[in-house]
Design a protein around this ligand. Structure first.
Ligand code: SF4
Length: 465
């Protein structure tokens, strides 16, 4: 067994990132997966979804065929998320089911993603989950073919705490033929006090602008309609290379992709020139996800967020005033250690002022190894649940209001798929709102004008014009 060497994330290497090109699966691994099936379950964010597409690409080059039921697979991979305790619990629940399956069937079980970067999780797997055949970290998925070929009687645990390279040209099996995620940077240098990402994903590394542009051009040539640029903090893209996110966004917009989105924006790095670009470029959609996390200045400070509520509200007003019909969504954590009633009221007040189109709301969940997990907390869980419920009522109210404004209006929709339940097509507006669409021909993959006929809190209904 190869035991990982975990390093302190804060001691991470400051060397320049190098690029490794022309990745290919070595010939000796190409037939390992022939006549075998793989199943991959992805937990968490779009970064993980994109990693799963890369992992699928590698496995299919090895000859494996994808299945959508883990009971049918010879190789099962869990691509995990470390951001909240809830995600942890789901993964361990799934491991329990896989243990039962392994008692009746000869399967290989692999564990990867952000939880694989957590020392306590890996120790738990080494000591108590002996049915897991291999663990591979987020920095070395390129080693997957070798690890799968070597694991047998010997379990393999290979996790790097960080990496100073970006691998270009990895194989990829994209989930959609119309919408694509394109990584622009990896990792994060911000160390918000509650967040595990800088420890699991390592230092921030930007891809070269040319590589990103080439990838988008290739997608345009293949008929893709929408690209979402991905980074933990897209606005700080390029700071390690000497150019800015605005430059990148302008050049990606020039490729002619029909819809261009980006996530995640951090309020303190958000440059006003992005707003100018959104106003002037039709293909940059009017949608911004802008996590605020709290409306209280004292909580923002203890979270290590480098802005005040006043600055955040000003930024939201600026966006709303200039980008017509822009939809703004956010993330909010309730019950951060020692959040007082007054702090929470500041959050409700900020929501009243910003009138978000939607929000992901969570009860704070301490992540082992982060500074916030060491703060003694005097707020009870019951109080936190009550706050979450109050917050959600307010978020739902504004989400419904924002959707109702679209009633009888015509919106642009990219159709994703068809729902078996009610025979309606399902897609997203350019403002990232989920919409169910009545249409009497197969419109999957098309961008259509749709008249909104019904608005609910979290979805719209409409008919193709
Ligand atoms: S910006 Fe803060 S919350 Fe976002 S990934 Fe980085 S450390 Fe985590």
């Amino acid at each position: 067994m190869k035991i990982p060497s975990f390093l302190d994330a804060k001691k991470r290497n400051k060397c320049k990132t190098s690029i490794i090109r022309n990745y290919i699966v070595d010939n000796k691994y190409i037939n390992i997966g022939l006549n075998k099936k793989y199943f991959i379950r992805t937990y968490g964010c779009q970064m993980n979804e994109r990693d799963s597409e890369t992992i699928s690409g590698i496995l299919e080059q090895m000859g494996y065929e994808k299945v959508y039921n883990y009971m049918d697979a010879d190789l099962v991979l869990l691509n995990t998320c470390a951001i909240r305790e809830n995600a942890h619990n789901k993964v361990f629940g799934m491991l329990g089911r896989l243990k039962n399956l392994k008692e009746s069937k000869d399967i290989v079980i692999g564990f990867c993603g952000c939880m694989a970067q957590e020392k306590d999780v890996v120790e738990e797997i080494i000591n108590n989950k002996k049915f897991v055949d291999f663990v591979i970290g987020t920095h070395n998925i390129n080693e997957l073919p070798r690890i799968i070929s070597e694991c047998g009687d010997d379990r393999i645990i290979e996790v790097l705490s960080n990496s100073d390279y970006i691998i270009e040209d990895m194989p990829s099996k994209r989930e959609s033929k119309y919408k694509a995620f394109v990584n622009i940077s990896y990792g994060c240098d911000n160390f918000c006090t509650y967040c595990i990402v800088p420890y699991t994903r390592g230092k921030e590394k930007s891809r070269l602008k040319e590589d990103i542009i080439n990838e988008v051009k290739e997608l345009v040539n293949k008929g893709y309609k929408e690209v979402t640029l991905l980074g933990q903090n897209v606005n700080s893209y390029g700071k390690d290379l000497g150019y800015s996110f605005t430059e990148l966004l302008r050049e990606v917009s020039d490729t002619g992709i029909e819809r261009l989105k980006f996530v995640t924006s951090n309020p303190w790095d958000f440059k006003l020139e992005i707003i100018d670009l959104m106003v002037n470029r039709k293909n940059i959609v009017p949608y911004i996800h802008l996590p605020v996390q709290s409306g209280s200045n004292s909580i923002l400070k203890s979270m290590g967020r480098k802005y005040t509520r006043e600055q955040y509200i000003e930024l939201v007003n600026n966006i709303r005033n200039r980008v017509k019909g822009c939809s703004i969504t956010t993330d909010i954590i309730v019950g951060f250690p020692n959040e007082s009633d007054e702090d929470f009221k500041f959050t409700l007040d900020l929501v009243n002022k910003c009138k978000f189109d939607g929000a992901y709301t969570f009860i704070y969940s301490p992540r082992f190894g982060t500074p916030a997990s060491l703060i003694e907390d005097c707020v009870s869980f019951v109080e936190k649940e009550e706050r979450l419920s109050d917050l959600n009522k307010l978020i739902n109210k504004y989400s419904l209001e924002s959707n109702e404004k679209l009633l009888d209006k015509v919106v642009s929709v990219l159709i994703d798929n068809k729902s078996d339940k009610d025979n309606m097509y399902v897609g997203y507006t350019d403002t990232n709102k989920l919409i169910n669409v009545k249409c009497d021909y197969n419109c999957i993959g098309k961008i259509l004008d749709v008249k909104v006929t019904c608005a609910k809190s979290w979805s719209l209904y409409g008919e193709v014009l």
